[in-house]
Design a protein around this ligand. Sequence first.
Ligand code: SF4
Ligand code: FES
Length: 247
Amino acid sequence: MNLTLHIWRQKGPSDPGRMVTYQAKDVSPDQSFLEMLDRLNEDLILRGEDPVVFDHDCREGICGSCGMVINGVAHGPEQTTTCQLHMRSFKDGESIYIEPWRADPFPVIRDLMVDRSAFDRVISAGGYVSINTGSAPEANSIPVRKEDADLAFDSATCIGCGACVAACKNASAMLFTSAKVAQLSRLPQGQVERKRRVLNMVEQMDKEGFGNCSNYQECEAVCPKGISTQNITVMNREYLRASLSGA
Ligand code: SF4
Ligand code: FES
């Protein structure tokens, strides 16, 4: 298939940036979206032009690096990561618009690559268990209800990709933050820092400039891991409880 690509090119954080049009020829429907960009970059290098900069790492849908907005939708037309999106999702002759995540807390480094270290700082504010739990205990020595284990696991599947922020009109990071808060609040190991965690993570989230949730639900619609907005309800409840207890 042959495609017309309109790609955001930006030399650095202070460069105004612009859309540049490229033709991609003989694209296989079985290529992944990133392989299609790799091919384009090979052509650009052969022509002596700068390749398009984009983030990627695992290419298996588990690291959360490869975020970009494709035809106005975070990660493109399928509910998956960009590395797991295949060109068969597009039609021969189609025009594809490719842009970086657009949110103030995610400044563009170059082209499609953004700085998502704000997420790392939110996690550093409390998204962990710091008590020394020793070596792995026998699996049944700390009972966890099956329902809690399943819900905690669902929340733990967040890969920190940032699509939820990119899709939200408010650039809210509540889906991401709430996934970690909800996961740890359901497990015995998460109880010690439970109150401090939610207060500190929400405070850091606000400090980074992420907006609030107004229930657009766009975050859940684009999340490649199907993280539910129920996590936000859990986080709001945890936050209220921690605030009222004077933690
Ligand atoms: S909640 Fe979903 S969209 Fe947001 S960072 Fe986690 S995996 Fe990505
Ligand atoms: S490159 Fe790791 S999730 Fe896409």
